[in-house]
Design a protein around this ligand. Structure first.
Ligand SMILES: [Mg+2]
Length: 414
């Protein structure tokens, strides 16, 4: 049987690169995207090259980072815009094959086997050039015959590089790598392997399946096949994704919420991305669920049926807001808030109850919200925002400095 042609594409310093795209001045200073810049225990999520040169590491606290590099510029994460660029990149990959499997927000596997463009290296080089040209971002690509080696390859040279791991060169490239470079070798496995003297992937292969099985049980066999390039796990097709069961979004706000206006603004913001993802997936929700956590870290989760199955923010958000207010005690400050659409059904299975008088109005709202989705797709998440979200920018996480880059082009009211 002929070998598969598998690519793993990894966007380099993804969050930081998107921020530099939006604010080019950040390119000339050490900068990091960090969970909560106001909190020195917040964590560095991504960093640019200058920050890396200063020794900043992903996952360390802001406090540690500032010790190393006092002039480090911190930027809060804007997941909406990362999602936007993630989708654009994925759409580009889908031009080559329908077998594109996302792994996190900034990585994808692609299976090119049997595609018109099936020269792995050529496609990798093309993708690298196109992502740079069309999105202004860079990627590292690994090319191999299995997902594990492809992933390993994309880690070997970055940024903006291609690494081919072939049948000819794999013992030379892969076997000398430390065992923790292998996907799925977590901290516990790593420590166990070290205890028996296994430090490289080559030593893991040499240990053999029987030894690994006695050590790790059935997982040991997978570990062996990953290390030896024997893994045959398919790349999931984008069309055959695991069906979405629910769509949710939650936020821990920068300051506690205690007024009705604040809570409403955040509820609408959360529901907007929930409903836009429902429309993307072609699903409607029959139930809305909310979760709140107050400043004493007391959690509440409540759900209620929607009057009609819906994928509209203007229908889901008021129900979510009602549910939150019914469970909100005066004097209780909310620290974090979540909205989830559940009990989903495909839109195609919904009866077209077009004889209902309200259905015409719903169709109009549906068209409006869809138009907004496509405007956002084209101009970024901040292009169109509900008037209510402008009440307090610090709540909804968008700083004024972001708006210098992407101008709001219109608002619509809740
Ligand atoms: Mg990455």
């Amino acid at each position: 049987m002929k070998d598969r042609v598998i690519l793993h594409v990894d966007q380099n310093s993804f969050y930081a690169s998107v921020e530099m795209l939006r604010q080019p001045s950040l390119k000339t200073v050490p900068c990091a995207v960090a969970g909560d810049p106001a909190n020195r225990h917040g964590i560095v999520l991504a960093k640019n090259r200058l920050a890396k040169r200063a020794g900043i590491k992903t996952g360390e606290t802001i406090w540690q980072a500032k010790q190393k590099c006092p002039q480090l510029i911190l930027v809060p994460p804007d997941y909406r815009s990362y999602l936007h660029f993630s989708r654009l990149a994925r759409a580009l990959y889908c031009e080559y094959t329908d077998r594109v499997e996302p792994f996190g927000i900034d990585e994808c596997w692609m299976d090119l086997t049997g595609c018109p463009d099936h020269d792995g290296f050529a496609v990798a080089e093309q993708l690298r050039a196109r992502v740079k040209e069309e999105l202004g971002l860079t990627v590292s690509v690994g090319v191999s015959w299995n997902k594990i080696y492809a992933k390993l390859g994309s880690d070997l040279k970055k940024p903006d590089a291609t690494t081919v791991i072939s049948r000819d060169n794999y013992p030379c490239i892969v076997y000398s790598r430390p065992v923790e470079d292998l996907l799925y070798v977590g901290h516990a496995t790593y420590r166990k392997l070290r205890r028996v003297g296994i430090r490289t992937i080559g030593q893991l292969v040499a240990a053999g399946p029987h030894f690994l099985r006695t050590m790790f049980g059935i997982v040991g066999l997978s570990l062996y096949s990953f290390a030896a390039g024997l893994d045959t796990t398919p790349v999931a097709s984008s069309g055959r994704e695991i069906p979405v069961k629910s769509v949710g979004n939650s936020i821990t706000t920068r300051h506690d919420l205690y007024t009705e206006q604040d809570i409403k603004a955040v509820t609408y913001m959360l529901t907007e991305s929930v409903s836009s993802r429902l429309r993307d997936a072609g699903m409607a929700a029959r139930t809305v669920q909310v979760s709140l956590r107050d400043y004493q870290l007391y959690n509440i989760e409540r759900q209620a049926p929607l009057p009609l199955p819906s994928q509209l923010c203007s229908e889901i958000a008021p129900e979510a807001f009602k549910l939150i207010m019914a469970n909100f005690r005066q004097g209780q400050w909310i620290r974090s808030l979540g909205v989830r659409a559940c009990n989903l059904i495909p839109l195609s299975k919904l009866n077209q109850e077009s004889f209902l008088p309200q259905e015409k109005r719903r169709q109009a709202v549906w068209r409006l919200e869809n138009t907004i989705d496509s405007l956002r797709g084209r101009y970024g998440g901040l292009a169109v925002r509900r008037g209510i979200l402008l009440a307090d920018r610090s709540l909804t996480g968008h700083d004024i400095k972001n708006e210098n880059v992407i101008h709001p082009i219109g608002f619509f009211g809740p």
